[in-house]
Design a protein around this ligand. Structure first.
Ligand SMILES: *Cc1c(COP(=O)(O)O)cnc(C)c1O
Length: 350
């Protein structure tokens, strides 16, 4: 059963009041559409789309790196990073429940001949330095060649502290490995940690950032890193079919989002805290919350009744028919939508 099962109400005429499945469901608002309409365009495969060039330069500068590359999705952005860092027969050390390991169809192995070596993820969402050191292979012809450590922040909404990130990247560097950050929700992490963008970027060679999650654009991710690696990445992007033409319409949405949708992420985090509090008050199961995500494991193992009760009131939730339900706050969930969600939950558990 996938997280989108049972969604028959998502036609335009009967849009949900509150869609909590993911922060990817946001619609571009009027101002973002205006920015897209007005975007200056060129052909990005020729390198002459001014909006894409501006987006790449902006994010490279904001993160304190040399260069950046605009890609259609976060999965392709991570894949291009891994393919640019590693050769066939080499290995990536990655958290065992990180997106790169679990949810990207093993693309680096399929397309790059690269091994993925999973290591335990600690309770705070980080990977311990010791786990990295233990996973690094000696120079032995029996073994894969350890090349890269791939980390994630936020992980399941958890913003992992800078000290924990640098502990892990220091272990990687001591072993001569490069480092990649899957920062799909990089700006949620920055917001929660209260640090500078350059602070979270500094320990890593490359960082991938999603634009279509909390930032609210229709599509797109950016990979940031050293100029030579990004140049290799540009070739991989073309080979993977990710070289888009007048993609400045999407880059313009991203530039708009960087100006208008970063500081507001704190509102999503505050609403997630409110929702978690209201759910805890219902006393109907186990609740955890971190940044913009709430995880609710009801005592009653059958989620279907709750799901359909909420759907009848226009509230859509993620998760399967049993187990933890994920609820993700984003810019299209305002105070009114949150209120309706809370009262629908209270109605169910009253
Ligand atoms: C969403 C996400 C990605 C990329 O997903 P796409 O749907 O391909 O854009 C990568 N890593 C994490 C942690 C994510 O949440």
């Amino acid at each position: 059963m996938n997280q989108y099962a049972g969604l028959t109400r998502l036609d335009r005429g009967n849009a949900p009041v509150c869609d909590l499945r993911s922060d990817t469901v946001t619609q571009p608002d009027e101002a973002m559409r205006q920015a897209m309409y007005a975007a200056e365009l060129g052909d990005d495969v020729y390198g002459d789309d001014p909006s894409v060039n501006r987006l790449e330069a902006t994010l490279a500068e904001r993160l304190g790196k040399e260069a950046a590359l605009f890609l259609p999705t976060g999965t392709q952005s991570n894949l291009v990073a891994l393919l640019s860092h590693c050769q066939r027969g080499e290995e990536i050390i990655v958290g065992s429940d990180y997106h790169v390991y679990v949810y990207e169809a093993a693309g680096a192995s399929v397309l790059g001949g690269i091994a993925l070596c999973p290591v335990p993820v600690a309770a705070d969402g980080g990977v311990d330095a010791g786990a990295i050191a233990a996973a690094v292979k000696p120079d032995d012809s029996h073994m894969a060649i350890s090349r890269l450590v791939s980390l994630e922040n936020t992980h399941n909404g958890q913003a992992i502290p800078l000290a924990r990130m640098t502990e892990a990247t220091d272990a990687a560097r001591q072993a001569g490995l490069a480092t990649h950050l899957d920062g799909a929700r990089f700006f949620n992490a920055i917001t929660a940690l209260g640090c500078a963008e350059t602070d979270l970027a500094a320990p890593f060679d490359t960082i991938s950032i999603c634009l279509s999650k909390g930032l609210g654009t229709p599509a797109g991710s950016v990979l940031v890193g050293p100029a030579d690696l990004i140049a290799r990445g540009r070739r991989w992007r073309k080979m993977l079919g990710g070289g888009m033409r007048q993609s400045g319409v999407l880059a313009a949405a991203a530039l708009h989002a960087l100006d208008h949708n970063v500081t507001r992420l704190a509102d999503d985090h505050a609403r997630a805290t409110q929702l978690a509090g209201a759910l805890s008050d219902c006393g109907a199961g186990h609740v955890t919350q971190a940044t913009n995500m709430v995880f609710f494991t009801p005592e009653d193992p059958d989620n279907t009744k709750l799901r359909s009760h909420l759907a009848d009131q226009g509230v859509v939730i993620g998760g399967g028919d049993t187990g933890a339900i994920r609820m993700v706050l984003h810019k299209d969930v305002d105070d009114l939508a949150l209120e309706r969600t809370v009262s629908a939950l209270r109605g169910f558990y009253a």
